[in-house]
Design a protein around this ligand. Sequence first.
Ligand SMILES: [Zn+2]
Length: 406
Amino acid sequence: MLVETFLRKQLRLKAHTVKQVEETEKFMVVHIDRLGGRLLRCGVCRQRCRKVHGVRKPREWRDLSMRKLPLKLRYRPRRVECPRCGVRVEDFPWAEPWARVTTALSNAVAVLARELSWQGTARQYALNWKSVATIVKRAVDYGRRHQKRPPVHVIGIDEVSRRKGQVYLTVVYDLERRVLLWVGDDRTEEAVRPFFTEELGTRRCRTLQVVCMDMWAAYAKLVREHAPNAQILFDRFHIVKHLNEAVDAVRRELWRQLTAKERTTFKGTRWLLLKNPWNLTDHQKERLSTLVRWNSPLVRAWYLKEAFQLFWSYKQPARARVHLTKWIHSAMRSKLEAFKKFAQMLRSHLDGILPWTTVRVSNGAVEGMNNKIKSISHRSFGFRTAENFIAAIYHCCARLPLPAER
Ligand SMILES: [Zn+2]
């Protein structure tokens, strides 16, 4: 088989043909031409057009490589007269109208960009970083327009930081399917509202049953406003994080009051308090007990933390409520500022904490996805803009369909 015939078949050309394949030092150039008088299609609506208006200057498209040599398609696009759209550039079966690479190459790039950084992907296909960025953003646009949108019942709203915690994005997951639904630039009420009004819309908001989130007023307000029937559930992992931060705050306060000699003994003990007691070695237990003897505030903090954690095993709402109320009471009397604050926060959010006894879901189900987003932000220095970072998150976590090759 001639290489021309092979390429014509591979490119699935019908109204076009491969005239000649030319080998240069850097590329294989595939010269494409019209095939006889076959009808060309309109580049806008893909309608077949009878009349050709003119020939434009040659254009080139990068394609996948042939062995080591990158392939380039070269063709002089025709302008056709479409009965619906008027005079337009024809439709190319090998590429999208805007693209400078073929659909086959852009899909290969998009698939690799789900695993690698944009820089790494660019290097692999001898493209520049900007081309990869364009391909990914176009793929995301296409995927968002063509994705299936089944009803959602249980969602998790979370925030991810960009640029070392200075800027936040809001991410929304479908906790049943464990897939990313939406990303918003910032975590304010205005920034997240489009998720309910545009992404879900009134009809799909009605099917929401549970919304799992951190104790963040803006999110809760939006849920009450747009999905009043959904149960707000404050996320277990976030609550535990706040609890650990309270223990940490007590330790730091104590540290400030200690003398230099005492400090040496203390060094590196912070993690002892964050560990589960049954995971400690004998040596660690001994260090912990010294620590405990010296630090009655820390003992109180530690005890409070352990007592609080019992809440998660309750299955009866009434008993869970009693436990939590008692706990809040003792935390308020603990003389530990951080715990008083934590207890106050719990007290004002009880409505969204107690449902845990009956609705056992948490954003922990998508922790893997959150880690993936973190690794996306670490592996690329190209995400100085939120737009690029958001595109990369959708691309890696939303399971979007890629454009089909025609
Ligand atoms: Zn048309």
